[in-house]
Design a protein around this ligand. Structure first.
Ligand SMILES: *Cc1c(COP(=O)(O)O)cnc(C)c1O
Ligand code: SF4
Length: 454
């Protein structure tokens, strides 16, 4: 076991636009890069920390370094027009109302809640909306604890940024678990609670307990798995090693396991560099010692990891550290999508060329997968069917579970970056699930209307 840093406890220090200039590495940025950071960082939230800056970013490799691109907003993440508007506003004064208006205007055009997340998946109990929950796929409820709505650093591609930037209308989170427990009692079909954010592991052990212990104590016969979606292993591995309450966090994990509930850490890793430090090795080992498992996921993104060798390396390394590769996502249709997006055909090519070179035990990863309104849609690949070029698709998760694993076909399109760009392959009016999906949304709307009348 690595004993590195066992005595010296690194102290978490966040860097934002206000204090990033105090890091020695800031000297490495050209004037142009500083301007870009100060401009784009107004619109996309910017936050990094000492560990990311000192241990993950290779400062000899900027501006192309994947870890640099991952946490430092770049010039081209805003379209030219938006960048110009932002520059102009800033020239009229950093704190002017114009700056604030321009930020809001640009953000409004970046579609903060894709895939119908807000409108369609908020469950109800006692005639009341549970805004801190999402229930889209039968087995799994997402839970957004109100204390977990930030992260140890921000990913520049992240679609969750409205939650971080204090726009109350766009926030959805829950203060406690008791309504969740009630909901789980009324929904025996739910086996999984996925605690997500932001990053739930930003919370103190005390806060985490306040959410997780009631779930254990409720002794729900249907609750089999608690999952925690987190990037902390990558951005702040000391959460599990030298932080003051690290042992309390690990003890809580053990308690989940001892209660007979499986604990799955859904670890977010974008690049093999995140798996190289002694700190992350030790953190992974500590988490696994509690009996929890770690499953890994990441989007595929241009300028960060759009390379089969990077993915193959990442999966090999994950497996050798004892983790289970789980999902490869297609970057969502939001934020700086023009900067990060990879065409579906290319994403499939990366997946295929990565997976064919790794051991079978690393081929547990599924993808590339789009999280869309009807469900998680996997690109199975390009094929020739009766002389016609098509893309084969399949649901990994469906709003209707019966849609899962029924291959369907879209006309081949090399440029398409999302399901909405695709058309059925054989002259059909629409894909097989579309009439039913429409019906579901209409039913939702009617129910909404009735609720409002009560
Ligand atoms: C991905 C996702 C889940 C979890 O799906 P699994 O395939 O079980 O990992 C649950 N809810 C939503 C809304 C999701 O997007
Ligand atoms: S850690 Fe997760 S929630 Fe936080 S910025 Fe990155 S992707 Fe978004």
């Amino acid at each position: 076991m690595t004993q590195h840093n066992a005595s010296a406890a690194p102290k978490y220090r966040a860097y934002t636009l206000n204090n990033i200039h105090t890091t020695p590495q800031f000297e490495n940025l050209t004037a142009g890069q500083r301007e870009a950071l100060e401009t784009v960082g107004r619109v996309l939230p910017f936050k990094t920390n000492g560990y990311v800056v000192d241990e993950l970013i290779n400062w000899d490799n900027i501006p192309d370094d994947p870890m640099f691109v991952l946490t430092f907003p770049q010039r081209d993440m805003l379209r030219d027009e938006h960048y110009r508007q932002m520059r102009e506003a800033l020239q009229h004064g950093e704190h002017s109302a114009e700056v604030e208006q321009t930020v809001q205007h640009i953000r409004g055009q970046l579609n903060p809640h894709p895939a119908g997340q807000m409108e369609h998946n908020v469950p109800e109990i006692y005639g009341q909306k549970l805004t801190g929950l999402q229930h889209k796929y039968r087995e799994t409820v997402l839970f957004f604890p109100s204390n977990g709505q930030t992260c140890h650093a921000y990913c520049s591609f992240c679609f969750r940024w409205p939650q971080f930037v204090g726009d109350d209308a766009m926030k959805f989170a829950m203060r406690e678990t008791s309504l969740l427990v009630d909901y789980l009692r009324e929904h025996p079909e739910v086996t999984d609670v996925l605690i997500t954010g932001g990053d739930p592991m930003i919370m103190s052990a005390r806060n985490l307990k306040q959410y997780i212990e009631p779930l254990i104590e409720a002794d729900l016969p249907n609750l089999q798995n608690i999952r925690i979606g987190t990037k902390s292993l990558s951005y702040w591995p000391y959460r599990y090693t030298t932080d003051k309450d690290a042992h309390e966090v690990l003890a809580l994990f053990r308690r989940v396991k001892d209660s007979g509930i499986h604990l799955a850490i859904m670890g977010h890793f974008n690049h093999p560099v995140e798996l190289e430090t002694p700190a992350v090795e030790e953190a992974i080992e500590r988490v696994l010692e509690t009996g929890a498992q770690i499953r890994t996921q990441s989007p595929v993104m241009r300028n960060i990891n759009d390379d089969p060798e990077v993915w193959a390396e990442m999966w090999r390394r994950q497996v050798s550290l004892g983790m289970i590769p789980y999902y490869m996502f297609v970057a969502r249709d939001t934020g700086a999508q023009h900067y990060f997006s990879v065409p579906l055909v290319r994403a499939w090519d990366i997946y295929r060329n990565a997976i064919k070179q790794v051991t079978g035990i690393a081929r547990t990863v599924r993808g590339p997968s789009m999280s869309t309104d009807p469900g998680k849609v996997q690109v199975l690949g390009a094929a020739d069917v009766g002389g016609k070029q098509v893309l084969a698709l399949s649901f990994l998760q469906g709003r209707n579970p019966d849609w899962v694993n029924r291959p369907f076909f879209a006309a081949y399109d090399e440029q398409a970056t999302w399901l909405s760009d695709l058309r059925p392959a054989f002259g059909e009016e629409e894909f097989f699930y579309e009439p039913e999906l429409r019906q579901m949304f209409e039913d939702d709307k009617r129910r909404e209307g009735e609720l409002a009348l009560v």
